[in-house]
Design a protein around this ligand. Sequence first.
Ligand code: 13P
Ligand code: SF4
Length: 322
Amino acid sequence: MKTPTELKSILSRYKTPEEIEKILDIIEDIHVARKGKNMVILGHNYMPPEIYYGISDYTGDSLALSRIAAKTNADIILFNGVYFMAETAKILNPGKKVLISDKTAGCSLAESVNAQILRDFRQENPGIPIVSYINTSAEVKAESDVICTSGNAAIIIDRIDSDTVFFIPDVYLARNAQKQTRKKIMFWNGKCMVHELFSETDISLARKTFPNVQVVAHPECKPEVTAVSDYTGSTSQIEKYIEQYKPGKVLLLTECSMGDNIRGLHPEVEFVSSCQICPYMHRITLEGILKSIKEEIYEVTIDEKIIEKAARALNKMFELGS
Ligand code: 13P
Ligand code: SF4
């Protein structure tokens, strides 16, 4: 968490002084509202700086946040991210209260597949394990053998005991993972509406305009895009890469807030060209969060049987490691 002065300086790049004052006031109200509650606030790397730096106890990618959620001693988890992430926290903590300030914060990948599709696949393809990306609903996780994230997809596929796997729902993440494993991957055709917008043309234009630019992509981008990028990784892996190599100029092929947050840590790094906004992530606002904390509302609830089965698939990921 940053101090109000540090946050002010980060926000001054995008907000007017009046907007900043309003933001700092709500942040103060949030700190007051959570006092006395045994609550942990988690923030995905795509949260805007006021949420990421202003109120989050922990930040990270889907894998890091699910690990933190699995270990927390807090009674209440407030998840600032999209709905499947809050559901994952609930699956790992069935006895705890998990809140998300906007339950309509969905995900184009999670919406591209449902549990019946997995049941039908199993019937037609007995014995082929189903590896599901964490960007799926609790019902889909419950029908899966193992879950993976963007940070460990190829490792999980490699470690599962089968030469062939069915990977759902992200076709691009699956094709990117296919470059790193000899296993046969059967694909589904889900796509991230944000990352599918990046193209090789974006990269060649940026390379022409900024000769020393480092191109950093998320594995939800098309394989044609990751093939001509300098580095591909999950949001936390991208953060570590920039931390380690401190490139002068970066073309970041992922969600816009990610760049805003890294800028807060490395103001010396210049981010060039355009990013893309995830409309679902941006449904999470400080106002909604304050209401959720004050009234302890917008609770995630999942059927017990679904939790039990989905937890098995998530724990299989932790067991397979990385
Ligand atoms: P990470 O697990 O890399 O944070 O990705 C989550 C996501 O939704 C990316 O679009
Ligand atoms: Fe889903 Fe894409 Fe938004 Fe991530 S960026 S939450 S994958 S729609």
